[in-house]
Design a protein around this ligand. Structure first.
Ligand code: ZN
Ligand code: ZN
Length: 320
């Protein structure tokens, strides 16, 4: 097949690791060409039906949900550079996946307006891709996330989410597992205590929605399965659990919409199937007037003006 103009662009990407700070950085020249949300977006939206020539061939089509490789991938067959002692860098090439889940054909639908049944289907698509990408043995960690709105980093307003697969385990996740081995599962504990500490937003038989005791961001809210498991796919065989998860998402989106209006947010599914000490969860982080500024960059310490019991009560009051 003839390559389209944008497919010929040269792309270069590297992982760089700084062992002193246990930090990974992805440097990806492909990201420079990303679109910006503009007035024109409606007309030229690459995710709208009819504009298929603007996007790569789907890797999965499930009714009106499509999964495509990201046209501006943060990583695909990237080089890894590790800053090690003496030798400044070691270098090796690693695989990566960066996919986009186009959640619907409808350009204008907002997260809180999506029907529960449709969201359940989106979640099943996440699971299918998660399972399939995880089969690649070179992949060590898969993250599913949604950036809704400009404040949250979205560059296209058409409803979509993303899947990124990494050839290593992010240090933040490693740290969490290491500490769970020493301290026990703090997610289980903070879920159990969410009621008495007034951080619980709501719960059903399968999931609890609560504000974590140490929220890095204002209104940070977690959706957590009651059954301890590191694996997001652990709910895949149970329609009841999938329903419970998707309705927890929609209820929370709706309540936040009643509080903030059209709030931009990040939604992440944090899962680590290989590690039984990990407890998978989804996090919702509204993004409003929250700058990561000098102090936060210098120290890694976030300043949050809201206590989690206050935010839980605000969200709780707006549930229907
Ligand atoms: Zn669109
Ligand atoms: Zn747990």
């Amino acid at each position: 097949m003839k390559k389209r103009e944008w497919e010929k662009e040269k792309k270069k990407a590297e992982f760089r690791y700084d062992p002193a700070r246990e930090k990974w950085v992805i440097i990806s020249s492909a990201r420079r060409g990303r679109p910006k949300i503009t007035q024109e977006d409606m007309r030229i939206c690459p995710f709208c039906p009819g504009n298929e020539s603007e996007i790569p061939e789907p890797v999965l089509i499930e009714g009106d949900i499509r999964v495509i490789p990201n046209r501006f991938p943060a990583l695909v067959n990237v080089k890894i550079k590790k800053n090690v002692r003496k030798k400044h860098f070691t270098e090796f090439t690693a695989p990566g996946y960066h996919e986009v889940v186009i959640e619907t054909l409808r350009h204008d639908i907002k997260p809180h307006e999506i029907e529960e049944e449709h969201l359940s289907r989106v979640i099943k698509v996440y699971m299918e891709r998660y399972k399939s990408i995880s089969r690649d043995r070179r992949i060590k960690y898969v993250i599913i996330f949604k950036n809704y709105g400009k404040e949250a980093g979205a560059s296209i307003s058409h409803p979509h989410s993303q899947i990124i697969a990494l050839p290593f385990i992010p240090p933040q996740i490693q740290k969490e597992v290491r500490n769970a081995k020493k301290l026990g599962c703090l997610t289980c504990i903070s879920m159990r205590k969410s009621k008495s500490e007034r951080r619980l937003v709501f719960e059903d038989e399968k999931f609890a929605v609560f504000c974590p005791p140490v929220p890095a961001f204002p209104f940070e809210t977690w959706i957590v399965p009651k059954e301890h498991s590191g694996d997001f796919l652990s709910i895949s065989a149970s329609p009841q659990k999938i329903h419970s998860f998707s309705s927890a998402m929609i209820k929370t989106f709706k309540a936040m919409h009643r509080y903030f209006g059209d709030i931009h947010f990040n939604f992440m599914i944090m899962s680590f199937p290989a590690e039984e000490k990990f407890h998978w969860r989804a996090e919702i982080i509204p993004r409003k007037n929250h700058a990561i500024a000098g102090f936060e960059i210098a120290t890694g310490i976030m300043i949050n003006p809201f206590f989690p019991d206050e935010t839980a009560s605000e969200i709780r009051r707006r549930l229907r």
